[in-house]
Structure formats: structure tokens, C-alpha cells
Ligand binder design. Structure first.
Ligand SMILES: Cc1cc2nc3c(=O)[nH]c(=O)nc-3n(C[C@H](O)[C@H](O)[C@H](O)COP(=O)(O)OP(=O)(O)OC[C@H]3O[C@@H](n4cnc5c(N)ncnc54)[C@H](O)[C@@H]3O)c2cc1C
Length: 455
């Protein structure tokens, strides 16, 4: 039976990052993957959706050319062309990743892994023993009771990233990040879109001010939504679907996208039998991603932390370095950057105002309107940068809305994670005219020396 320092089940963001870093640190690694290395993010998540969003941006650019004095018309979407562009991006990244795994001398095992003891994973009838086992089996798109996914009229994001036509109308059930990104794509592609969300706001985990700005922008774009109301039932006919809500309203559309969250892939994999502590299918871990069973670790969407690819990467690397004895610093989950890549984008790091108050901070806030930023005017985008700070202390949160604000997160993340104060950032010079100037201006204003802002 082959024996390794680490046997990893699942080759998505968490699993492959752990494999690459472990191999780099000189450990022997077996990486077991049932489907394709790269997992959800590469094949049906981050990358394909962002390619669709980029195509959507080009469609809007063609529609709006006249506004900038450019003669252009929008003649429609050729989904075969869009998919070929998107699949090309995925396939190039997949080839690169597969060859990276190969080049690091990782033993890549194609097949379905099953934990058969605390140190052994069985794949295709063969056992792979590890001093350490890393569980990285990821997540799946959930649905609701009575809502059967048929992959045609009632779909999840898995199908949404592969659709070969533009639906005339779509109901998006769930106004979280994934729902809002698909709503944004389909609206730009020419569909009528209605989002249904049970919570009082779209992307409800964000600062309320960001949610409200996104809602305003979506309304302006003609994306409809129903908030604070729950799904009751759905019926199908040849023409499409009809959704009834608990408030009695009904909505009809060609297709229904169910984006009500993702659940952990952990059933029937031998986790419980090995004595691993779990909660609602999630594997429970400590701050170093250790489960309660010595030598078994878990990372990524399988554990109850933020379900983001870069969180999986960070957890995978953390585990590799902890096993190698490097004693890495535990992850500060407040400091993880978060982006909704819709039009407009919503990006944040750190605490919302509500969280900061809940934790007892003496909160100061400042909102810098992008209307005062030259580059935002050039791009014709609206939005803002909101700072949440501790009075006479560090910045506790940065919340942004507007075109391309995701790119500003790199700086916001340093500001938050290095516990900078407004006055520290105010003295840094930002290039003109860039959106990043708005970051500088917001901190100048909070430090009491506003330049292109009132007050
Ligand atoms: C539509 C969509 C858009 C997203 N966009 C973003 C984004 O823009 N940015 C971002 O940061 N995150 C995004 N995410 C989230 C991101 O994709 C996940 O957080 C990330 O993929 C989690 O990585 P993981 O390794 O935990 O799991 P996964 O990527 O799900 O990988 C798990 C892997 O394990 C394999 N596996 C499962 N069971 C077994 C078994 N028994 N044996 C062998 N292999 C097994 C699976 O085949 C899979 O490849 C998006 C997700 C979706 C669905």
C-alpha cells in the first residue's frame, strides 16, 4: 500500500493548494480527484462566471457606444461564441494547473476517494495511506424541499455556466453573490430578470449601504427583485415555470435559477465512521484546520468558513505549513476580501458597521461618493467607498460599490490587515486619474483633510 506524508481527497482550490505547497515543502503527496483538478472554481464557478460577466460587459459596451461617441450597435448574443471564449479560458487554466501538479511530483489519483480508516483513503479498490489526511471535498449547489432541479427549466449555477442559449426571462431564486452575478449577466445578455430573496436585502451579508446601492443600480438597469419573501412552490409547463411566493405573488419565466446556497460534500465518505466531528454536514475544525481526529485536517467549502476560492487556497497552504512544522499564523477571517462581480461590483473587507458596533467598537464612518472621482466619471460609473473606523484608531472595514472596485480591494486589504489609521493612508499619494484615488480621498476625508469632497 503506497504511503505518503499527506493524502488529500478533492483537487479543488483547497485541496490542490494544499498539495502544491506540501510538495514544495518536500513532503510526499497523493491528490485524489473524482472529476477534474481545479474543482468548482475553475470548471463551474469563479472562472466561467467571470468570463460570462466579461462578455456581458462587452455587450453593454456595444449597446452604450453612442454615449461615448462610438458608433456601435448591439446585435445580440451568440452563445456558442461566448461559450467558446469561456471554455477556452477554462481549458488554458486547466492545462496549466494539471501540468503544475505534475511538475511538483504529486501522485495524482483519478477516482472517488473514500475514507476507510483514520489514515487510509480507498480509491478504485486501492488503499492510499497518509500520515496526514486532508479532506477537501468541497460543496454542491443546494435546493429547497419541493424544488426539483431538472437541469433544463429549473437549474443551478452548474447548468447556468453551460447554458447554450439566452433565456428570454429568468427568475433567480436567491439574491446572494451567485444569484446577483447571474442576474447581472442575463440582463446584459437581454433577458428579463427577477430576483427573489427571502432576506430584506440583496447580498445581505454585505454592509447594508452596499446592498442598498446595488439594489438602486439593479433597479436602474431594469432588474426586478422581490425582497423579504419566501418561495412557496413552482409549477412547470412547456412555456416555462411559474413560481408562487409565500406572500401570494406569482412570477412566470422561461427558466428558474436556484441559487439558495451551497452545502458541504461529506455524505457517505466515511467521515462520521472515522469519528470526525461534524455539524449539518460541515466538518468542524480548529483555527489551524485540524479536525478532532489527530492527523485528519479539512479545508475549503467543506468547513464552515467563507465559501471562497481564495479562502480554500489559504486554508490549504495553512495546513501544509502546519504539517511541515512552520507554525503559520491562523487566518483572520475578517481580513478576507469579498467581491460580487456584478455590474456594478460590490467589494469589501473587514467589518460592516453593524458588526463593528456589535463588537463594541466606537465607530466612525465616512462615505466617499465616486461622483467626485475623475476616473469614475470617465467610466460613467456611480458608487462609493465607505470606511468604517475606530474613533482615533484603525480602519475596521472598507465597503465599495462601482465599476471595477474589486481591483481596489488589494489596497483595502492591506489597510485593514495592517491596522492602518485614516491618517496613515491619507499621506499616501494615489495616481491621478485612477479609481484608487477615491481610496486616498476617502481616508483624507476621514482624517479631516478632504480634498475633492465636501465636509
Ligand atoms: C457559480 C459560482 C461562482 C463562484 N465564484 C467565485 C468567485 O468569483 N470567487 C471566489 O473566490 N469563489 C467563487 N466561488 C466559490 C469557489 O468556487 C469555492 O469556494 C471553491 O471552489 C471551494 O474550493 P474547495 O476546494 O473547497 O471545493 P471544490 O472546488 O468544490 O473542490 C472539491 C473537489 O473535490 C472533488 N471531490 C468531491 N468528493 C470527492 C471524492 N469522494 N473523491 C475524490 N474527489 C472528490 C470534486 O470533484 C471537486 O473537484 C464560486 C462558486 C460558484 C458555484
Amino acid at each position: 500500500m503506497p504511503e505518503f506524508d499527506l493524502v488529500i481527497i478533492g483537487g479543488g482550490s483547497g485541496g490542490y493548494a494544499c498539495a502544491l505547497r506540501s510538495a514544495q515543502l518536500g513532503m510526499s503527496v497523493a491528490l485524489i480527484e473524482a472529476d477534474k483538478v481545479g474543482g468548482t472554481c475553475l470548471h463551474r464557478g469563479c472562472i466561467p462566471t467571470k468570463a460570462l460577466l466579461h462578455a456581458a460587459e462587452i455587450a453593454d459596451g456595444a449597446r452604450e457606444g453612442a454615449r461615448f461617441g462610438v458608433k456601435s450597435t448591439f446585435d445580440g448574443i451568440d452563445m456558442a461564441g461566448v461559450n467558446s471564449y469561456k471554455d477556452g479560458v477554462v481549458s488554458r487554466l486547466y492545462k496549466g494547473l494539471a501540468s503544475l501538479v505534475k511538475s511538483r511530483s504529486i501522485t495524482y489519483v483519478q477516482g472517488h476517494g473514500q475514507l476507510v480508516s483514520t489514515h487510509t483513503v480507498e480509491v478504485n479498490g486501492e488503499g492510499y495511506t497518509g500520515k496526514n489526511i486532508v479532506l477537501a471535498t468541497g460543496s454542491y449547489a443546494k435546493t429547497l424541499p419541493g424544488l426539483e432541479i431538472d437541469g433544463k427549466q429549473i437549474i443551478t449555477s452548474d447548468h447556468g455556466t453551460k447554458l447554450d442559449f439566452v433565456p428570454k426571462s429568468v427568475i433567480v431564486l436567491g439574491g446572494g453573490v451567485i444569484g446577483c452575478e447571474f442576474a447581472s449577466v442575463w440582463k446584459s445578455f437581454g433577458a428579463e430578470v427577477t430576483i427573489i430573496e427571502g432576506l430584506p436585502h440583496l447580498i445581505a451579508s454585505e454592509d447594508e449601504s452596499s446592498s442598498k446601492q446595488l439594489e438602486r443600480a439593479f433597479r436602474k438597469r431594469g432588474i426586478s427583485f422581490e425582497l423579504g419573501t419566501f418561495f412557496k412552490s413552482v409549477s412547470k409547463s412547456k412555456k416555462g415555470v411559474e413560481v408562487t411566493l409565500e406572500n401570494g405573488k406569482t412570477f412566470k419565466a422561461e427558466i428558474l435559477l436556484v441559487s439558495v446556497g451551497r452545502g458541504p460534500v461529506s455524505a457517505n465518505l466515511g467521515y462520521e465512521a472515522a469519528g470526525i466531528a461534524m455539524d449539518r454536514g460541515y466538518v468542524l475544525v480548529d483555527e489551524k484546520c485540524r479536525t478532532n481526529v489527530p492527523g485528519i485536517w479539512a479545508v475549503g467549502d467543506l468547513i464552515p468558513t467563507l465559501q471562497l476560492a481564495h479562502v480554500g487556497f489559504a486554508e490549504g497552504i495553512l495546513v501544509a505549513e502546519e504539517i511541515a512544522g512552520l507554525n503559520p499564523v491562523a487566518i483572520n477571517y475578517d481580513g478576507i476580501p469579498r467581491v460580487t462581480y456584478s455590474d456594478p461590483e460590490v467589494a469589501s473587507v473587514g467589518l460592516t458597521t453593524a458588526q463593528a458596533k456589535e463588537r463594541g467598537h466606537d465607530v466612525v464612518e465616512l462615505t466617499y461618493d465616486l461622483a467626485g472621482n475623475g476616473k469614475a466619471q470617465i467610466l460613467n460609473t456611480a458608487g462609493s467607498i465607505k470606511l468604517v473606523g475606530e474613533k482615533d484608531g484603525p480602519i475596521l472595514g472598507v465597503h465599495m460599490v462601482g465599476a471595477r472596485v474589486g481591483e481596489l480591494l488589494a489596497e483595502a486589504e492591506l489597510i485593514f490587515n495592517w491596522q492602518a489609521r485614516a491618517v496613515d493612508v491619507a499621506s499616501l499619494i494615489h495616481a491621478h486619474p485612477t479609481l484608487s484615488e477615491a481610496m486616498g480621498e476617502a481616508h483624507m476625508a476621514l482624517a479631516g483633510k478632504a480634498l475633492h469632497a465636501h465636509g
